[in-house]
Design a protein around this ligand. Structure first.
Ligand SMILES: Cc1cc2nc3c(=O)[nH]c(=O)nc-3n(C[C@H](O)[C@H](O)[C@H](O)COP(=O)(O)O)c2cc1C
Length: 327
């Protein structure tokens, strides 16, 4: 067992989080993560309406009696979803942990805190994490450049970002991005984190509700199999490299307009990747740690294997180094 401020604060067995994942963070996966003793998040906006989110939370409750949370991601949108209604659905469902991401969590906190909902805010820089701490969040999840999805624009990898955050913050820190096994977990704890957040690794599990072809594609991919798109829009996203991501980069390189990108990058095309299993149909999200993923385990085996391997690394490999006496 690994006990940290994170396991104490959020009432889970292991310092491992399955962060929000559009189209992937559904009840089956989140319940499996919860039953494994880690903390999973249902992704609110994967559900088409707030009523569907309420039903998804209920479905998850039918599969687990352990704690789980809901991710609420607020990103710039031409037609924004009814965020306040999704928030209300979370509050009314009785879920007690929320992961916020994408923008300043202040408006969420004002609604969540009176209902004793703990908030983990996901940030990509020390300054944004500090701001979230000042606003009163319970923990921050910090995504380095290595992560799948939106790493921000500062390009600081976790090896520097996590200890820099640990120096600056007082609340628990969850290291996110590039972590897929026990080595990443031990490294994150050594850097000052209290837990790790994983996206790509949990996508590639038995219970992950995506097409088997995509899981096998991740197993076959290496650490160079991603692209950073939307750099020119200052809304960088790390995605799986494919024909579409390469086309997007070509359009961006010649100064093309967003109108030329709109269809290529549509969320609905990305959703088809996960549902139909063709990795070249649209843009889909995956991180550098694809290069560390070689199997498709159950969430139980993944979480328990990571924790026991982490304990072994600390007690044997690292303790062995510390025990060596100079000649
Ligand atoms: C398929 C996929 C979809 C994601 N969607 C979201 C999302 O909707 N909201 C969010 O906050 N993060 C999202 N993320 C980011 C993850 O929560 C997590 O921060 C990231 O995957 C960590 O990097 P890793 O993949 O290297 O573990 C997504 C990641 C993946 C792989």
């Amino acid at each position: 067992m690994l006990r940290t401020r994170f396991t104490e604060t959020f009432g889970v067995d292991h310092p491992i989080v399955q962060g929000g994942m559009q189209w992937v963070g559904r009840a089956e996966l989140v319940a499996a993560v919860a039953n494994a003793g880690a903390l999973g998040f249902i992704t609110a906006l994967t559900q088409p309406t707030p009523e569907d989110l309420s039903k998804e939370i209920e479905r998850c409750r039918e599969m687990t009696d352990r704690p789980f949370g809901v991710n609420l991601t607020i990103l710039p949108a031409i037609n924004p979803p009814p965020y306040a209604e999704y928030r209300q659905a979370i509050i009314e469902s009785g879920v007690k942990i929320v992961e916020t991401a994408g923008s300043n969590p202040a408006e969420h906190l004002a609604d969540f805190q009176p209902h004793d909902i703990k908030v983990i805010h996901k940030a990509t820089s020390v300054r944004h994490a500090l701001k979230a701490q000042t606003l009163g969040v319970d923990a921050v999840s910090i995504d380095g450049l290595d992560c799948a999805g939106h790493p921000g624009e500062d390009d600081v990898p976790g090896l520097v970002l996590i200890p820099a955050a640990a120096d600056a913050l007082e609340i628990p820190i969850i290291a996110s991005g590039g972590i897929a096994d026990a080595r990443g977990l031990v490294a994150a704890l050594a850097l000052g984190a209290d837990a790790v957040n994983m996206g790509t690794r949990f996508m590639c599990t038995v219970e992950s509700p995506i097409h088997q072809n995509i899981k096998e594609h991740i197993v076959g991919a290496d650490e160079r199999s991603t692209d950073l798109i939307f750099r020119t829009l200052h809304n960088t996203a790390r995605v799986a490299r494919n024909k579409v991501s390469q086309e997007v980069l070509e359009i961006e390189a010649r100064g093309g307009t967003f109108d030329e990108l709109r269809d290529l990058v549509s969320g609905q095309r990305g959703r088809r990747v996960y549902e139909e299993g063709d990795p070249d149909v649209g843009i889909w999200t995956a991180g550098l740690c694809q290069g560390l993923i070689h199997d498709i385990p159950t969430c139980h085996d993944l979480v328990h294997g990571m924790v026991s391997d982490a304990v072994e690394i600390v007690e044997e490999r690292l303790a062995g180094f510390a025990a060596v006496q100079p000649a």
